[in-house]
Design a protein around this ligand. Structure first.
Ligand code: V47
Length: 414
């Protein structure tokens, strides 16, 4: 085996990983470029086992996407709908549907854009009812994100948090990406700083923030794929402020579109540097990295192929190896697929997200998932984990162990 490793140029990286030494950009590139994928998987699993043994985490959660109207036009996104042509005033086209809230049979205001795509926005009551229904079924977390809506006031987002906090006292509210936080700071009247927005949301009940909106931290990729969205400086500013306030956040990397391997590894190094600073001097930090496998269907990048299964596995493994100061690497089964998420549990991943139930942001056309209802049961999740030779651990949003008795649960670990 050592001859193979030397031939494939991984000997130095193997020594570093075994010694727990931090990997460089060149090491990250060598790991991506190697044909010795077994050594890559072996190394990523070694680090994963050092941190977590054979434990594999999941949670019982509910995703709510409050609107798909968005002022941005990101080329990789198939979720957004321009508001101008389809706004609330467009009553002649408005219909109601159970989409996104069918668990509680709530109607959603929908406007058609004439090409079969539908726009919607959920009311505060609908969102709170949806979260409450999930809470009653035992969900510990609600994950709320949406498009940048041009007219909804900041009070709407505060009311979502207040309403859920009131009806679901123990539920963890993980909501709003850094991009949404900056949007809120601009639309609030009077305008607010990022810190003021976060303090108000936190007071209203928000517990932590998801990792979306990071995409790839690179000017070239930014100007081509998501030019009008705020870039890495602002994304990091929001997460730095959150960490200073003691609000834990996640991080993501959207890979497999127009970025290079080097841009991916640089993205990971920038996250690692931020995490170093948060660990050294801030009250909170990143909980996990979620590498998001690009799904081209329905986006402006529909002609791209998206990542292969091997690229998914390599990216998850390289992420585990580069991010030596991140406790968790999560495979989001909606994007990597349940089958690949399962395999990745032996390639550096220790978390496969949760039950999800409804997810609007990405759907694979023509597959059984070509709909908003995308759910895995706890039995299905546990089967994936057990067959991978791991021990399923239900966690809360901060990776503390949950002890469950039917719909009742409590955190038993700190
Ligand atoms: O910010 C958009 C990405 C993100 C596509 O924090 C796409 O626990 C793939 O951030 N193909 C939202 N990805 C999802 C997200 C997330 C998901 C699960 C868990 C957590 C967490 C966060 O989805 C967006 C964007 O980066 N995205 N379009 C696409 N076509």
């Amino acid at each position: 085996m050592s001859t193979t490793i030397e031939q494939n140029g991984l000997a130095e990286v193997v020594n570093k990983v075994e010694a727990g030494t931090r990997l460089s950009l060149a090491d990250g590139l060598a790991l991506y470029q190697t044909r010795d994928i077994h050594t890559l998987g072996y190394l990523a699993n070694m680090v994963r086992e050092r941190l977590h043994g054979r434990k594999a985490y999941y949670n019982i959660n509910r995703h709510i996407n409050y609107t798909n109207y968005c002022v941005l036009r990101c080329k990789f996104c198939s979720f957004y709908l321009p508001f101008e042509k389809n706004g609330r005033s467009d009553q002649e086209n408005a219909t109601t549907t159970g989409q996104s809230s069918s668990s509680s049979s709530l109607p959603v205001l929908v406007a058609q854009d004439g090409q079969g795509r539908s726009g919607y926005e959920l009311s505060v009551d609908q969102i709170v009812a949806n979260a409450s229904a999930a809470y009653a079924k035992g969900a510990t977390e609600v994950h709320i994100v949406g498009g940048l809506h041009p007219t909804l006031p900041f009070e709407y987002y505060l009311d979502i948090c207040r309403g859920i906090r009131q009806r679901c006292p123990k539920m963890h509210i993980k909501a709003f990406t850094a991009i949404e936080i900056i949007h809120f700071s601009r639309i609030a009247k009077p305008r607010l700083t990022v810190q003021e927005v976060l303090v108000q949301l936190n007071d209203a009940g928000l517990n932590s923030m998801p990792g979306g909106g990071a995409e790839i931290f690179d000017d070239r990729v930014h100007s081509d794929a998501f030019k009008n969205k705020v870039g890495e400086t602002e994304w990091f500013e929001v997460h730095r402020t959150a960490h200073e306030l003691g609000i834990y956040t996640n991080a993501t990397m959207l890979y497999g579109h127009i970025e290079t391997i080097e841009e991916r590894v640089n993205h990971l190094i920038k996250l690692r540097e931020h995490q170093d600073a948060s660990i050294a001097s801030r009250k909170a930090r990143f909980n996990c990295l979620i590498p998001l496998s690009f799904i081209p269907d329905g986006s402006e990048f529909a002609e791209l192929q998206g990542p292969t299964g091997l690229d998914d596995l390599k990216t998850l493994a390289v992420s585990r190896l580069m991010l030596d100061n991140f406790a968790h690497i999560k495979a989001f089964w909606i994007m990597q697929t349940p089958k690949l998420a399962q395999v990745s549990l032996n390639w550096g991943v220790d978390d496969i997200d949760g039950t999800v139930v409804y997810y609007d942001i990405t759907k694979r056309e023509g597959s059984p998932d070509d709909q908003t209802h995308q759910e895995m049961s706890v039995d299905q999740i546990q089967r994936l984990i057990c067959e991978a030779g791991c021990e399923p651990i239900e966690r809360d949003s901060l990776y503390r162990r949950i002890q469950r008795n039917g719909q009742d649960w409590e955190v038993v670990d700190s």
